[in-house]
Design a protein around this ligand. Structure first.
Ligand SMILES: C[S@@+](CC[C@H](N)C(=O)[O-])C[C@H]1O[C@@H](n2cnc3c(N)ncnc32)[C@H](O)[C@@H]1O
Length: 224
């Protein structure tokens, strides 16, 4: 369904290829900086799964960068309890004349039987929304053939061992759907325990160690 873009509550600010730029919660400059890090390895010919795609910026960007096949999935913000809808994704998909496929499935239901397996799996901005983050990582690991890319908020950044902060209420950003702030050592260690041989970690470019709520990390976990 294609709606006028001003009638949609957008999460991603993105160029729809027709001179129109959506006014989403997440600025275009931030998405651009993230994409440069997330997609720093060639995608040409790869199959890509985007878990928690919402308006689909990273799915469409993977397609634009030459991925052979892209599957965008979401549930919480497409038809679940989140404030989002799939209208943004569908509108961008039409406007961009995209071939990206989509499937409404919860992140915790991701499994090879449900979606198949992919060379590259994107798990961006989802981990801290899960009550069971290690299980969530296990689910996306099961469908990853080569590289799992995780973007997540970080807490307990100064601790020098794996640790996580639990948010029972709205203490992180006023958002009750934020459950866990793992630190960079915890995310890296979990990915190693799940069998990834090599994990690269980059501090998110908008992070400022003097502003604890700004701390985020991007992890590339490789099978070999
Ligand atoms: C911050 S948005 C990230 C969107 C996009 N991947 C990005 O990085 O810009 C969080 C995503 O996680 C999903 N999500 C939020 N809470 C969730 C939950 N409890 N279980 C599963 N997915 C959830 C939402 O549907 C949404 O797509």
């Amino acid at each position: 369904m294609i709606k006028p873009i001003e009638n949609i509550r957008w999460f991603h600010s993105m160029d729809l290829g027709s001179g129109q730029v959506t006014r989403g919660l997440k600025p275009r400059e931030v998405l651009g900086m993230e994409a440069e890090i997330i997609f720093r390895y060639p995608l040409a010919g790869k199959t890509v799964l985007d878990v928690g795609a919402w308006d689909g910026f990273f799915s469409f960007e993977a397609e634009r960068r030459g991925a052979a096949r892209v599957l965008a999935t979401d549930h919480f913000c497409w038809s679940g309890p989140g404030w989002g809808t799939k209208d943004g994704f569908d509108t961008a998909h039409g406007s961009l004349r995209s071939q990206v496929e989509s499937l409404d499935i919860d992140a915790m239901d991701i499994a090879p039987e449900a979606v198949g397996t992919f060379d590259v799996v994107l798990f961006l901005g989802v981990l801290y929304h899960l009550k069971h983050p290690f299980l969530g990582l296990e689910k996306v690991t099961a469908v990853t053939q080569e590289c799992l890319i995780v973007e997540t908020l970080l807490d307990l950044y100064d601790l020098d061992r794996p640790a996580g902060a639990f948010y029972p209420g709205k203490e992180k950003g006023g958002d009750p759907t934020n459950w866990w702030g793992l630190n960079q050592h915890a995310v890296g260690a979990m990915l190693n325990v799940l069998g990834f041989k090599r994990v690269e970690y980059v501090l998110h470019p908008t992070s400022n160690p003097e502003v604890p709520d700004s701390m985020r990390g991007i992890f590339h976990a490789f099978r070999s």
